[in-house]
Design a protein around this ligand. Structure first.
Ligand SMILES: NC(=O)c1ccc[n+]([C@@H]2O[C@H](COP(=O)([O-])OP(=O)(O)OC[C@H]3O[C@@H](n4cnc5c(N)ncnc54)[C@H](OP(=O)(O)O)[C@@H]3O)[C@@H](O)[C@H]2O)c1
Length: 277
């Protein structure tokens, strides 16, 4: 990333994933400053990553000090803290600063309104595999974002995985697929482990079989030119054992279940978006 002064306000799971990504992509620790609530978190980040880390516990003006003169301000506090954090830093933001929020449910319009209305604001929805550099992040731009600033946001999240630019009207829908998606995958892993144990395998054996099956299948899916359907058919001989199992999924109308599940997640996202934090 071209030399930029970067501030990360709120450096928990997601903030740390982004921090690790940008450092791995070549950003110098000297160009990054981060904030946390507790001194213990700030101290741990400083010792693990060597970036300037300040807690609100030790300096109540930590957020505005970090954001002052930054080219890029990343907001990774909890959604209910976003507007308050923006109001803390509004007065010190550089005119051409790009503000990027990863908070679920907080619109770019709400963020612009909290600032002067002229700032460049991007809303992003990353997912937890960002922690291992294999995330998917959806990003939507607010009303004052230039093409160069959008490129900067794309570059930022490319350091922790793949990026999809979508209209903000679609970001909640995206969150029901890639944002919540890791939970769906872990849910299936849990259920398959339970099934393996019911067949007499130990926890350790079941866990190894399931983890490696997920890892191997995901890697095959990512590297093969075949579609998921073709890869499934390769494992499913006509009238064989796998077909008996997938026939049960069909009988349970799993496709309908997936559609209903994502519709339910979308309805909740819309509900949360209407609640003032
Ligand atoms: N985790 C995900 O999968 C995921 C996915 C997409 C989007 N997001 C979004 O990412 C944001 C953060 O989520 P998270 O899971 O990373 O939460 P988290 O692990 O709880 O991290 C929150 C961070 O904010 C710090 N903090 C709290 N109040 C603060 C304040 N007033 N000023 C500065 N820092 C403050 C906390 O400090 P301490 O460390 O001292 O507590 C912590 O470092 C949320 O808005 C969420 O919607 C998360």
């Amino acid at each position: 990333m071209e030399t930029k002064q970067i501030a990360i306000l709120g450096t928990g799971s997601m903030g740390k994933a982004i921090l690790s990504g940008i450092l791995a992509a070549g950003t110098s620790p000297a160009d990054v400053r981060v904030t946390t609530k507790s001194k213990a978190s700030a101290d741990a980040i400083f010792s693990n990553h060597g970036v300037q880390a300040t807690s609100l516990e030790s300096n109540s003006a930590a957020n505005s000090s970090a954001a002052k003169d930054a080219d890029l301000v990343i907001l990774a506090v909890k959604p209910n803290m976003i507007l308050e954090t923006l109001s803390e830093v509004a007065a010190v933001l550089k005119p051409d600063c790009l503000v990027v929020s990863v908070a679920a449910g907080i619109t770019t319009a709400a963020m612009e309104e909290q600032l002067s209305g002229n700032e460049a604001v991007v809303r992003a929805m990353p997912n937890t595999p960002s922690v291992v550099g294999l995330g998917v992040t959806g990003i939507s731009k607010g009303s004052n974002v230039s093409a160069k600033q959008l490129d900067l946001a794309i570059e930022l999240f490319s350091s922790v995985g793949k990026v999809l630019v979508v209209d903000e009207s679609k970001i909640d829908a995206l969150s029901t697929i890639s944002g919540s998606g890791p939970a769906y995958v872990f849910y299936f892993a849990e259920k398959l482990i339970t099934a393996a144990k019911s067949l007499g395998f130990s926890e350790q054996e079941a866990s190894l079989m399931v983890k490696e099956t997920f890892l191997g299948s995901a890697t095959l899916l990512a590297t093969s030119s075949s579609s998921p359907e073709e890869l499934r058919q390769q494992v499913t001989s006509p009238n064989g054992t796998t077909m008996q199992a997938t026939g049960r999924f069909d009988a349970a109308d799993l496709e309908r279940v997936f559609i209903e599940a994502t519709e339910a997640a979308l309805a909740r996202a819309k509900e949360l978006g209407r609640v003032k934090p």
